[in-house]
Design a protein around this ligand. Structure first.
Ligand SMILES: Nc1nc2c(ncn2[C@@H]2O[C@H](COP(=O)(O)OP(=O)(O)OP(=O)(O)O)[C@@H](O)[C@H]2O)c(=O)[nH]1
Length: 507
């Protein structure tokens, strides 16, 4: 994502400053100039940049600090806090509640900003969490909008409502919402029309629609490519309907993304999600602190935790126990892969691991969908195995069984052998991690057999052997872990994560 560039420039400025054990005023100002330049290049408003500089200088009065104070840490924290402040709207978004009737969420925005795509992503996000979710297409302005929504909904297996003949968007929205409310859906997502340069008609329609469906929340969808001009657009929409949250799209492709995010936050409109690609799972919850942490390569442990939980990987104490004991069967591998596939694109997941995002060049984790395809193929082959084979993989290593599995899954025998080789590698890694964790050296990482899995999958999806080796090492070597921890202690973070997962990680 282009924002990685911004993050990289800011991190580099901080790193250069950190090279001085005792930074002075000149070093501090130099770092702030570099950060300011990077932010301005990302189209962040000049006044906001000046404010950031002023606030960091005010927070770190070097002349008043005693000799024992860690000035580098203090400066890093001040920059982190100011970036968070810049992206925090200071306003809580509308919270959806499950079990209190249907939540109706109406999407508004200008044409082409990604509204229809985002409706599907949003519905998919909640359906993966287990919410009973559906979509209503009330965009009668753009021919093809209903087909687009229908296509996305079908792919994501989400029920939808719309009409090819009805031309009144308010009538469609009312009928769809009434129907799904009667069927007790947890979340009804309503897509509305978007128009260019016909804002009067668009705003009138939005108001009528809101009056008719009485939404729990109105989500404003905005394209990040307009940079700081997002400020006026967000303010204009807010002035007409009760916008409760904002979703910024296309942050994968626009250098002005940072400008758009900070400009929207300045209107005190909370940003709830960001769109990072055209695919349905290229969509992430947004929280300023977590976002800045990831931007600066410090990881996002709470994001990783909720992704793991959403994917259903967290609640399997039996597996965690087996893995920490160094036992790993093909059945475990299948379960891990299914869970990882539910977590979304691999490069995103890796970006959430503290320290790892700094180590990975952009795209190093491989194309997420390539990795997902590979997982799918592994799944087909494992589905063609017997229970005995899944629990005792050694017996599969004979030509007759390999040929049978290949036939049963419609794959080539060489692919079955490839799967068995991958399995062996993972099992070896889990065994060594498990034995280290028994010796108490791993701080709970042993339970994360899935990490090894991710390294291997990354390899399958295009990660270089050197990177795989680094990852494997990272999954086993406490010294490396400490080094990676740099910004946010990885070992501690993973330990905390393991505790939440019920793996009994040591704090
Ligand atoms: N790269 C990228 N493309 C996106 C993202 N979100 C949406 N798009 C693309 O943007 C284009 C427009 O998206 P739509 O969802 O059709 O836009 P819309 O706002 O619904 O347009 P109207 O229905 O006419 O109002 C499509 O090609 C989408 O695939 C994103 O986060 N990243």
């Amino acid at each position: 994502m282009v924002l990685n560039e911004l993050g990289g420039k800011i991190s580099a400025a901080i790193k250069r400053m950190s090279a001085n054990t005792v930074p002075d005023e000149t070093v501090l100002k130099q770092m702030l100039s570099e950060i300011a330049r990077a932010l301005l290049e990302a189209d962040v408003n000049v006044r906001a940049v000046q404010q950031l500089r002023g606030n960091v200088l005010a927070a770190v009065d070097l002349s008043a600090l005693g000799a024992g104070v860690n000035k580098v840490k203090l400066i890093q924290k001040a920059v982190f806090d100011e970036l968070c402040r810049m992206l925090d709207a200071g306003q809580k978004p509308v919270a959806l509640k499950r079990g209190h009737g249907s939540n109706v969420v109406m999407f508004v925005g200008l044409q082409g900003n990604g509204k229809t795509t985002t409706c599907a992503k949003y519905a998919y996000h909640y359906s993966r969490k287990g919410w009973k979710t559906c979509l209503v297409c009330a965009d009668t302005f753009r021919a093809g909008a209903f087909d687009q929504l229908k296509q996305n909904a079908t792919k994501a297996k989400i029920p939808f409502y719309g009409s090819y003949t009805e031309t009144d968007p308010v009538a469609i929205a009312t009928a769809g919402v009434d129907r799904f409310r009667a069927e007790r859906y947890d979340l009804i997502v309503v897509d509305t029309s978007g128009r260019h340069k016909q804002e009067v008609a668009l705003f009138d329609e939005m108001e009528q629609m809101a009056a008719a469906v009485e939404p729990t929340d109105i989500v404003f969808v905005m394209d990040s490519s307009i940079g700081q001009a997002a400020h006026d657009q967000a303010a204009a929409f807010r002035s007409r309907v009760a916008v409760g949250s904002v979703i910024i799209t296309k942050l994968d492709g626009h250098a002005k993304g940072g400008g758009a995010l900070s400009a929207v936050a300045a209107t005190r409109s909370p940003i709830t999600f960001i769109g990072t690609g055209e695919h349905i799972d290229e969509f992430e919850p947004f929280a300023a602190e977590r976002f800045v942490g990831r931007l600066l390569g410090m990881g996002d442990v709470s994001g990783l935790m909720s992704t793991i939980q959403d994917a259903g990987l967290a609640n399997n104490p039996d597996m965690v126990k087996r893995l920490t004991g160094g036992v790993f069967t093909l059945r475990d591998m299948n379960e891990q892969f299914e869970g990882i596939a539910r977590m979304g694109p691999l490069d995103k997941v890796m970006g959430m691991i503290p320290g790892l995002s700094q180590m990975l060049p952009e795209g190093a984790a491989g194309n997420g969908s390539e990795g997902a395809k590979r997982i799918q193929v592994f799944g087909y082959m494992m589905d063609a195995m017997t229970d005995e084979e899944l629990d005792n993989p050694k017996i599969v290593w004979c030509q007759s069984r390999i040929r049978r599995v290949a036939r049963g899954s419609g794959r080539h025998p060489a692919e079955v052998e490839g799967l068995l080789t991958e399995y062996k590698r993972f099992a070896k890694m889990v065994q060594s991690v498990g034995s280290m964790s028994k010796k108490g050296g791993m701080g709970g990482l042993g339970g994360l057999g899935g990490m090894g899995g991710m390294g291997g999958l990354g390899g399958a999806g295009g990660m270089s052997p050197a990177m795989q080796a680094k990852m494997a090492q990272a999954a086993m070597d406490p010294a490396m872990l400490r080094q990676l921890g740099g910004a946010g202690n990885m070992q501690e973070a993973l330990s905390a994560m393991m505790q939440q997962m019920g793996g009994g990680g040591r704090k």
